[in-house]
Ligand binder design. Structure first.
Ligand code: 13P
Length: 338
Protein backbone atom coordinates (compact mmCIF):
# COMPACT_ATOMS: atom_id res chain seq x y z
CA UNK A 1 0.00 0.00 0.00
CA UNK A 2 1.18 3.54 -0.69
CA UNK A 3 1.33 6.04 2.16
CA UNK A 4 -1.73 7.75 0.73
CA UNK A 5 -3.66 4.47 0.72
CA UNK A 6 -2.66 3.76 4.33
CA UNK A 7 -3.76 7.26 5.42
CA UNK A 8 -7.12 6.82 3.70
CA UNK A 9 -7.63 3.38 5.24
CA UNK A 10 -6.93 4.76 8.73
CA UNK A 11 -9.64 7.40 8.24
CA UNK A 12 -12.05 5.46 5.98
CA UNK A 13 -15.71 6.61 6.16
CA UNK A 14 -17.40 5.07 9.18
CA UNK A 15 -14.06 4.29 10.85
CA UNK A 16 -11.48 6.09 12.97
CA UNK A 17 -8.45 5.57 15.14
CA UNK A 18 -8.20 4.16 18.65
CA UNK A 19 -5.49 6.06 20.58
CA UNK A 20 -4.35 3.42 23.08
CA UNK A 21 -0.84 4.83 23.30
CA UNK A 22 -0.92 6.16 26.86
CA UNK A 23 2.60 6.17 28.27
CA UNK A 24 3.21 4.13 31.43
CA UNK A 25 2.80 7.36 33.44
CA UNK A 26 -0.48 8.36 31.79
CA UNK A 27 -2.05 4.90 32.06
CA UNK A 28 -1.02 4.97 35.73
CA UNK A 29 -3.35 7.97 36.20
CA UNK A 30 -6.17 6.24 34.33
CA UNK A 31 -5.77 3.04 36.38
CA UNK A 32 -5.55 5.00 39.63
CA UNK A 33 -8.99 6.46 38.89
CA UNK A 34 -10.45 2.92 38.81
CA UNK A 35 -8.26 1.47 41.60
CA UNK A 36 -6.34 -0.89 39.36
CA UNK A 37 -2.65 -1.48 39.97
CA UNK A 38 -0.43 -0.24 37.12
CA UNK A 39 1.18 -3.59 36.30
CA UNK A 40 2.31 -4.78 32.87
CA UNK A 41 -0.14 -7.69 32.96
CA UNK A 42 -3.07 -5.37 33.74
CA UNK A 43 -2.11 -3.00 30.94
CA UNK A 44 -1.91 -5.96 28.55
CA UNK A 45 -5.21 -7.38 29.76
CA UNK A 46 -7.10 -4.10 29.29
CA UNK A 47 -5.65 -3.44 25.86
CA UNK A 48 -5.98 -6.93 24.41
CA UNK A 49 -9.60 -6.98 25.59
CA UNK A 50 -10.30 -3.86 23.50
CA UNK A 51 -8.26 -4.98 20.50
CA UNK A 52 -10.20 -8.25 20.35
CA UNK A 53 -13.64 -6.58 20.55
CA UNK A 54 -16.11 -7.03 17.71
CA UNK A 55 -16.22 -3.27 16.99
CA UNK A 56 -12.63 -3.35 15.75
CA UNK A 57 -13.59 -4.79 12.38
CA UNK A 58 -16.36 -2.31 11.63
CA UNK A 59 -15.30 0.96 13.23
CA UNK A 60 -11.54 1.04 13.80
CA UNK A 61 -9.11 1.77 10.96
CA UNK A 62 -5.97 2.06 13.06
CA UNK A 63 -4.72 1.66 16.63
CA UNK A 64 -1.94 3.79 18.13
CA UNK A 65 0.24 1.78 20.49
CA UNK A 66 2.88 2.59 23.08
CA UNK A 67 6.40 1.11 22.87
CA UNK A 68 5.68 -1.52 25.54
CA UNK A 69 2.43 -2.66 23.88
CA UNK A 70 3.71 -3.13 20.33
CA UNK A 71 6.27 -5.60 21.73
CA UNK A 72 3.77 -7.62 23.80
CA UNK A 73 2.39 -11.05 23.04
CA UNK A 74 -1.26 -11.49 23.97
CA UNK A 75 -2.46 -14.34 26.15
CA UNK A 76 -4.79 -15.16 23.24
CA UNK A 77 -1.89 -16.33 21.04
CA UNK A 78 -0.93 -13.62 18.54
CA UNK A 79 1.27 -10.61 19.24
CA UNK A 80 -0.54 -7.30 19.77
CA UNK A 81 0.14 -6.03 16.20
CA UNK A 82 -1.03 -9.40 14.81
CA UNK A 83 -4.25 -9.22 16.83
CA UNK A 84 -4.97 -5.71 15.50
CA UNK A 85 -4.21 -6.69 11.89
CA UNK A 86 -6.38 -9.79 12.23
CA UNK A 87 -9.36 -7.51 12.79
CA UNK A 88 -8.51 -5.47 9.70
CA UNK A 89 -7.07 -2.42 11.48
CA UNK A 90 -3.59 -0.98 11.00
CA UNK A 91 -1.14 -0.96 13.92
CA UNK A 92 0.59 2.34 14.65
CA UNK A 93 3.03 3.60 17.24
CA UNK A 94 3.60 6.74 19.31
CA UNK A 95 7.24 7.67 18.73
CA UNK A 96 7.68 10.94 20.59
CA UNK A 97 9.32 10.95 24.01
CA UNK A 98 6.92 13.42 25.53
CA UNK A 99 6.55 17.18 26.04
CA UNK A 100 9.57 18.51 27.97
CA UNK A 101 10.16 22.00 29.47
CA UNK A 102 11.11 24.46 26.73
CA UNK A 103 14.32 26.23 27.72
CA UNK A 104 13.82 29.98 27.58
CA UNK A 105 10.05 29.90 27.82
CA UNK A 106 8.82 29.46 31.33
CA UNK A 107 5.83 27.07 31.60
CA UNK A 108 5.80 25.86 27.98
CA UNK A 109 6.97 22.59 26.45
CA UNK A 110 8.61 21.23 23.34
CA UNK A 111 8.16 17.61 22.33
CA UNK A 112 11.35 15.57 22.24
CA UNK A 113 12.35 12.26 20.67
CA UNK A 114 14.24 12.99 17.44
CA UNK A 115 17.55 11.50 18.64
CA UNK A 116 17.83 7.91 17.44
CA UNK A 117 14.40 8.11 15.81
CA UNK A 118 15.57 6.75 12.43
CA UNK A 119 16.75 3.53 14.13
CA UNK A 120 13.64 3.19 16.29
CA UNK A 121 11.42 3.58 13.21
CA UNK A 122 13.14 0.62 11.53
CA UNK A 123 12.38 -1.53 14.55
CA UNK A 124 8.73 -0.43 14.74
CA UNK A 125 8.26 -1.13 11.03
CA UNK A 126 9.64 -4.65 11.53
CA UNK A 127 7.17 -5.13 14.40
CA UNK A 128 4.27 -4.30 12.06
CA UNK A 129 3.68 -0.55 12.50
CA UNK A 130 2.58 1.28 9.37
CA UNK A 131 1.90 4.68 10.89
CA UNK A 132 3.21 6.75 13.79
CA UNK A 133 2.19 9.60 16.08
CA UNK A 134 4.01 12.63 17.50
CA UNK A 135 2.13 15.04 19.78
CA UNK A 136 3.05 18.69 20.25
CA UNK A 137 1.29 20.55 23.06
CA UNK A 138 0.37 24.24 23.23
CA UNK A 139 -1.33 25.95 26.12
CA UNK A 140 -3.47 29.04 25.93
CA UNK A 141 -2.96 31.67 28.63
CA UNK A 142 -2.29 35.39 28.73
CA UNK A 143 1.16 35.25 27.09
CA UNK A 144 0.92 31.73 25.68
CA UNK A 145 1.55 30.11 23.34
CA UNK A 146 4.69 32.08 22.49
CA UNK A 147 6.06 32.11 18.96
CA UNK A 148 9.04 30.21 20.39
CA UNK A 149 6.75 27.33 21.36
CA UNK A 150 4.84 27.43 18.07
CA UNK A 151 8.02 27.48 15.97
CA UNK A 152 10.05 24.91 17.91
CA UNK A 153 7.21 22.39 18.06
CA UNK A 154 6.40 22.80 14.37
CA UNK A 155 10.06 22.29 13.46
CA UNK A 156 10.22 19.07 15.51
CA UNK A 157 6.93 17.79 14.04
CA UNK A 158 8.23 18.35 10.52
CA UNK A 159 11.58 16.65 11.15
CA UNK A 160 9.68 13.73 12.69
CA UNK A 161 7.26 13.50 9.75
CA UNK A 162 10.09 13.52 7.19
CA UNK A 163 11.90 10.69 9.00
CA UNK A 164 8.70 8.64 9.23
CA UNK A 165 7.98 8.91 5.51
CA UNK A 166 11.59 7.95 4.79
CA UNK A 167 10.83 4.77 6.81
CA UNK A 168 7.70 4.13 4.69
CA UNK A 169 5.14 4.90 7.34
CA UNK A 170 2.40 7.53 7.63
CA UNK A 171 3.07 10.25 10.21
CA UNK A 172 0.14 11.46 12.28
CA UNK A 173 0.93 15.12 12.89
CA UNK A 174 -0.64 16.11 16.20
CA UNK A 175 -0.46 19.75 17.26
CA UNK A 176 -2.74 19.85 20.32
CA UNK A 177 -3.97 23.20 21.56
CA UNK A 178 -5.10 22.33 25.09
CA UNK A 179 -8.64 22.94 26.35
CA UNK A 180 -7.39 24.05 29.81
CA UNK A 181 -8.17 27.66 30.67
CA UNK A 182 -10.91 30.27 30.59
CA UNK A 183 -10.34 31.49 27.01
CA UNK A 184 -13.29 31.65 24.63
CA UNK A 185 -13.83 29.79 21.37
CA UNK A 186 -12.51 32.69 19.25
CA UNK A 187 -9.20 32.63 21.10
CA UNK A 188 -8.95 28.89 20.41
CA UNK A 189 -9.71 29.59 16.73
CA UNK A 190 -6.94 32.20 16.57
CA UNK A 191 -4.31 30.04 18.30
CA UNK A 192 -5.23 26.92 16.29
CA UNK A 193 -4.87 28.98 13.09
CA UNK A 194 -1.37 30.14 14.06
CA UNK A 195 -0.29 26.66 15.14
CA UNK A 196 -1.55 24.96 11.96
CA UNK A 197 0.02 27.60 9.72
CA UNK A 198 3.42 27.16 11.27
CA UNK A 199 3.16 23.36 11.11
CA UNK A 200 2.36 23.37 7.40
CA UNK A 201 5.15 25.91 6.72
CA UNK A 202 7.64 23.57 8.35
CA UNK A 203 6.23 20.43 6.74
CA UNK A 204 6.70 22.09 3.36
CA UNK A 205 10.29 23.12 4.17
CA UNK A 206 11.02 19.51 5.17
CA UNK A 207 9.49 18.22 1.90
CA UNK A 208 6.91 16.07 3.61
CA UNK A 209 4.41 14.60 1.14
CA UNK A 210 1.13 15.74 2.63
CA UNK A 211 -0.83 13.07 0.75
CA UNK A 212 0.86 10.53 3.02
CA UNK A 213 0.03 12.21 6.34
CA UNK A 214 -2.90 12.42 8.76
CA UNK A 215 -3.57 15.53 10.84
CA UNK A 216 -4.69 15.04 14.44
CA UNK A 217 -5.89 18.42 15.67
CA UNK A 218 -7.99 19.71 18.54
CA UNK A 219 -11.48 20.92 17.79
CA UNK A 220 -12.03 24.67 17.97
CA UNK A 221 -13.73 24.81 21.33
CA UNK A 222 -13.96 27.14 24.36
CA UNK A 223 -11.56 26.56 27.29
CA UNK A 224 -12.85 24.19 29.95
CA UNK A 225 -13.20 27.12 32.43
CA UNK A 226 -14.85 29.48 29.94
CA UNK A 227 -18.16 30.92 31.09
CA UNK A 228 -19.54 31.17 27.55
CA UNK A 229 -20.38 27.64 26.47
CA UNK A 230 -20.70 27.02 22.73
CA UNK A 231 -23.25 24.84 20.99
CA UNK A 232 -22.09 21.84 18.96
CA UNK A 233 -23.25 23.73 15.86
CA UNK A 234 -20.93 26.64 16.63
CA UNK A 235 -18.02 24.34 17.47
CA UNK A 236 -18.56 22.45 14.21
CA UNK A 237 -18.81 25.60 12.10
CA UNK A 238 -15.70 27.22 13.55
CA UNK A 239 -13.67 24.00 13.53
CA UNK A 240 -14.44 23.22 9.89
CA UNK A 241 -13.82 26.82 8.85
CA UNK A 242 -10.44 26.83 10.61
CA UNK A 243 -9.41 23.54 8.98
CA UNK A 244 -10.54 24.54 5.48
CA UNK A 245 -8.57 27.79 5.73
CA UNK A 246 -5.38 26.38 7.23
CA UNK A 247 -4.94 22.75 6.17
CA UNK A 248 -3.70 22.15 2.61
CA UNK A 249 -6.22 20.20 0.53
CA UNK A 250 -3.70 17.40 -0.22
CA UNK A 251 -4.06 16.14 3.36
CA UNK A 252 -6.36 13.10 3.02
CA UNK A 253 -7.50 12.62 6.59
CA UNK A 254 -8.16 14.63 9.74
CA UNK A 255 -8.69 12.64 12.95
CA UNK A 256 -9.51 14.66 16.06
CA UNK A 257 -8.26 14.05 19.58
CA UNK A 258 -10.94 14.15 22.29
CA UNK A 259 -8.75 16.23 24.59
CA UNK A 260 -10.82 16.01 27.76
CA UNK A 261 -14.29 16.30 26.21
CA UNK A 262 -16.71 13.70 27.57
CA UNK A 263 -17.50 10.65 25.48
CA UNK A 264 -20.87 12.05 24.40
CA UNK A 265 -19.56 15.57 23.68
CA UNK A 266 -16.78 14.22 21.50
CA UNK A 267 -19.24 12.08 19.51
CA UNK A 268 -21.77 14.88 19.21
CA UNK A 269 -19.24 17.47 18.06
CA UNK A 270 -17.64 15.13 15.52
CA UNK A 271 -21.10 14.34 14.19
CA UNK A 272 -21.97 18.04 13.75
CA UNK A 273 -18.69 18.61 11.91
CA UNK A 274 -19.41 15.76 9.50
CA UNK A 275 -22.97 16.93 8.97
CA UNK A 276 -21.63 20.15 7.43
CA UNK A 277 -18.38 18.80 5.97
CA UNK A 278 -18.22 20.14 2.42
CA UNK A 279 -14.44 19.64 2.13
CA UNK A 280 -12.57 16.70 0.60
CA UNK A 281 -11.03 15.78 3.95
CA UNK A 282 -12.04 12.47 5.54
CA UNK A 283 -12.93 13.74 9.02
CA UNK A 284 -12.98 11.28 11.90
CA UNK A 285 -11.83 10.45 15.44
CA UNK A 286 -8.52 9.47 16.98
CA UNK A 287 -9.79 9.27 20.52
CA UNK A 288 -8.16 8.02 23.69
CA UNK A 289 -10.48 8.99 26.52
CA UNK A 290 -13.41 9.52 24.13
CA UNK A 291 -13.34 5.83 23.21
CA UNK A 292 -12.08 4.19 26.38
CA UNK A 293 -13.58 5.98 29.41
CA UNK A 294 -16.63 3.70 29.80
CA UNK A 295 -14.67 0.53 29.05
CA UNK A 296 -12.10 1.59 31.63
CA UNK A 297 -14.86 1.93 34.24
CA UNK A 298 -16.06 -1.59 33.49
CA UNK A 299 -12.48 -2.84 33.74
CA UNK A 300 -12.29 -1.20 37.18
CA UNK A 301 -15.43 -3.05 38.31
CA UNK A 302 -14.18 -6.47 37.19
CA UNK A 303 -11.00 -6.95 35.13
CA UNK A 304 -12.17 -10.35 33.95
CA UNK A 305 -15.62 -9.36 32.76
CA UNK A 306 -14.57 -9.27 29.11
CA UNK A 307 -18.18 -9.14 27.95
CA UNK A 308 -18.99 -5.88 29.78
CA UNK A 309 -15.67 -4.22 28.94
CA UNK A 310 -16.09 -5.03 25.24
CA UNK A 311 -19.75 -4.02 25.29
CA UNK A 312 -18.82 -0.54 26.54
CA UNK A 313 -16.05 -0.21 23.96
CA UNK A 314 -18.18 -1.56 21.10
CA UNK A 315 -20.85 0.99 21.89
CA UNK A 316 -18.46 3.99 21.83
CA UNK A 317 -16.72 2.76 18.68
CA UNK A 318 -20.09 2.36 16.96
CA UNK A 319 -21.27 5.83 18.07
CA UNK A 320 -18.09 7.46 16.80
CA UNK A 321 -18.28 5.44 13.58
CA UNK A 322 -21.74 6.95 13.06
CA UNK A 323 -20.38 10.43 13.88
CA UNK A 324 -17.71 10.03 11.23
CA UNK A 325 -20.58 9.74 8.75
CA UNK A 326 -22.69 12.51 10.32
CA UNK A 327 -25.30 9.87 11.24
CA UNK A 328 -25.10 9.90 15.06
CA UNK A 329 -28.09 11.00 17.16
CA UNK A 330 -29.04 11.17 20.84
CA UNK A 331 -31.73 8.54 20.14
CA UNK A 332 -29.27 6.09 18.63
CA UNK A 333 -26.95 6.78 21.56
CA UNK A 334 -29.67 5.70 24.02
CA UNK A 335 -30.96 2.80 21.93
CA UNK A 336 -27.57 1.25 21.37
CA UNK A 337 -26.51 1.66 25.02
CA UNK A 338 -29.65 -0.09 26.28
P1 13P B 1 -7.52 11.96 23.95
O1 13P B 1 -8.55 11.61 22.91
O2 13P B 1 -7.80 11.35 25.29
O3 13P B 1 -7.22 13.42 23.99
O4 13P B 1 -6.18 11.23 23.50
C1 13P B 1 -5.83 11.29 22.18
C2 13P B 1 -4.35 11.33 22.07
O5 13P B 1 -3.77 10.46 21.47
C3 13P B 1 -3.64 12.44 22.69
O6 13P B 1 -2.33 12.45 22.22
Amino acid sequence: MTLNEIAKKMCAKGKGILAADESTGTIAKRFKSINVENLEKNRLNFRQTLFDASAMKDYIGGVILFDETIKQKTTLGPTIPELISKHGAIPGIKVDKGAKPLAGSHEETVTEGLDGLRERLKEYYSLGARFTKWRAVYKIAEKFPTSQSIKSNAHALARYAALVQEANMVPIVEPEVLMDGSHNIDKCYEVTTNVLNECYNELEIHKVDLKGTVLKPNMVIPGSECKNKSSSEEIAKKTLDCLKKNVPSEVPGIAFLSGGQSEIESSKNLNEINKINDSNFLITFSYGRGLQASALKEFGKDQNNIKNIQKAFNHRAKMNGLSSRGEWSEDLEKESAA
